[in-house]
Design a protein around this ligand. Structure first.
Ligand code: PMP
Length: 444
């Protein structure tokens, strides 16, 4: 029996009279009959307004690294509410949090705060342009860097005719000035020669490379260590500022983020999501020589930057991530989750692979994980899309689109793991049935 969504449906009809698509962010609209409204979250679970309970593997696209309504963070936040908010003046705690970030991430020699990932990346790009004196930039196909015009360009892999050269770079909808396209260059991940060709041709104009070495918005497709190190060397060779966007990977895949895993130091890096366990805060950090341009020619700031509440959340969250085994616990859960899924799929003869990191993993129905966004097209994402709907019905919340990886948190416990695997098995069987796939056990 399908889960009841009557209250969400009713609320959608009301909400859409005052909010475009009935939601506060386009990505939260899943269709008139699928959009759900949340009542509350606790630990690794959320409850919708119809009372349906879900084990949540979206976690707000990553922020709830410890789990929803974590009492350690919320206590710190309650105390910080007494501070008074924002003053258009600095507080001492900014230094405390900045020093912690520098300790965890060697590339973060200096730190500035903002409120969202978008704001941090926007500031990084401005600073990179100021430092390099060059306005154009390179983005990696399948990457996502927020909702500002300069990065609202994506590679149209779905509409791509492989025989016809490179896929097209297109804006994310209307209102993005078409003339900005002149400044953007795209390259596929894991192909250093393509990057070098682009830099050879346009290096005099290119001031920045923007890269997510584990693509948090593209199924966790992962760069080779060597590729990331080649990017580092090419950026140095061509006078390009290397911006590693760690909005999703930061303080999740390792204490020092994806840079630690890849053995690289970015010139500039951006963090958000996991650093505040859900409270809005982000960071632009980087090499001192570049960061000192802030206030020395480059504008940066904002009314709500380093809000007392968000700063307290970051202070406590980072302390926990730095000083306890939280990240090891999360990664261990992820490995066991993937092993359990793999066993279920293998029994049924379903070819699959995982990508990314156990704490931020993608699942593919192909023999090997894609090496770049173009490869994603060759995996059986229709199976994933159909299975995701069944998982939702059963109370396992993953993103309906296979391009969003699964996020884990410290509060996902043994009960979550066994329930998830049990329901995953059911969802796989229903999906196979609906899509007419043969179960290997039936023919064995
Ligand atoms: N960069 C990356 C890598 C992201 O994943 C996101 C958000 N998903 C952003 C930037 C933008 O962050 P925000 O939504 O907080 O503006």
């Amino acid at each position: 029996m399908a889960r009841a969504l009557d209250k969400s449906h009713q609320h959608f009809k009301k909400a859409v009279t005052k909010l475009p698509l009935g939601v506060a962010s386009n990505f939260r609209y899943w269709g008139e009959d699928k959009t759900i409204y949340v009542d509350h979250g606790k630990g690794g679970r959320i409850w919708d307004i119809d009372g349906n309970e879900y084990i949540d593997y979206r976690l707000g696209y990553g922020p709830a690294i410890l789990g929803y309504a974590d009492p350690r963070i919320d206590q710190a936040v309650i105390e910080a509410m007494q501070v008074g908010g924002v003053f258009a003046l600095a507080t001492e705690r900014e230094y405390t949090v900045a020093a912690r970030i520098s300790k965890m991430v060697p590339a973060a020699e200096l730190v500035r705060f903002s409120n969202s990932g978008t704001e941090a990346v926007m500031a990084a790009l401005r600073l990179a342009r100021a430092y390099s004196g060059k306005d154009s930039y390179v983005i990696v196909e399948g990457g996502y860097h927020g909702l500002f015009d300069a990065v609202l360009w994506y590679t149209d892999v779905e509409g791509w005719d492989e025989a016809g050269g490179d896929p097209e770079l297109v804006p994310y909808g209307e209102g993005v000035p078409r003339l900005l396209k002149r400044l953007v260059h795209q390259v596929p991940l894991n192909d250093a020669n393509r990057l070098e060709d682009t830099l050879k041709k346009h290096g005099n104009d290119i001031g920045a490379l923007l890269i997510e070495p584990i693509m948090g918005n593209c199924c966790g497709i992962t760069a080779d260590r060597q590729y990331v190190q080649d990017c580092r060397a090419l950026c140095d060779k061509y006078g390009v500022v290397m911006i590693v966007d760690e909005v999703k990977t930061g303080f999740r895949v390792a204490r020092g983020g994806v840079q630690e895993l890849m053995g690289v130091k970015a010139d500039l890096c951006t963090f958000a999501k996991a650093m505040g366990n859900g409270y809005p805060i982000s960071v632009l950090a980087g090499r001192e020589e570049i960061m000192r341009k802030i206030g020395n020619g480059v504008a940066h700031g904002g009314t709500y930057t380093a809000h007392a509440v968000s700063l307290a959340a970051a202070d406590k969250t980072l302390e926990i991530l730095d000083e306890t085994p939280a990240l090891e616990t999360i990664a261990d859960y992820g490995r066991r989750l993937q092993a359990g899924m793999s066993r279920i799929l293998t029994q049924r003869g379903i070819v699959h692979a995982f990508s990314g990191h156990p704490a931020l993993g993608g699942l593919f129905f192909a023999a090997e994980a894609p090496r770049n966004y173009r490869d994603w097209k060759n995996s059986d994402y229709s199976f994933y899309d159909a299975m995701a709907q069944e998982l939702h019905e059963l109370g396992i919340l993953c993103e309906p689109d296979s391009r969003e990886p699964w996020f884990l948190c410290e509060a996902h416990d043994e009960a979550c793991l066994s329930e998830t695997l049990e329901k995953f098995e059911t969802a796989v069987d229903i999906t196979m049935d609906k899509l007419g796939k043969t179960d290997a056990r039936a023919t064995a």
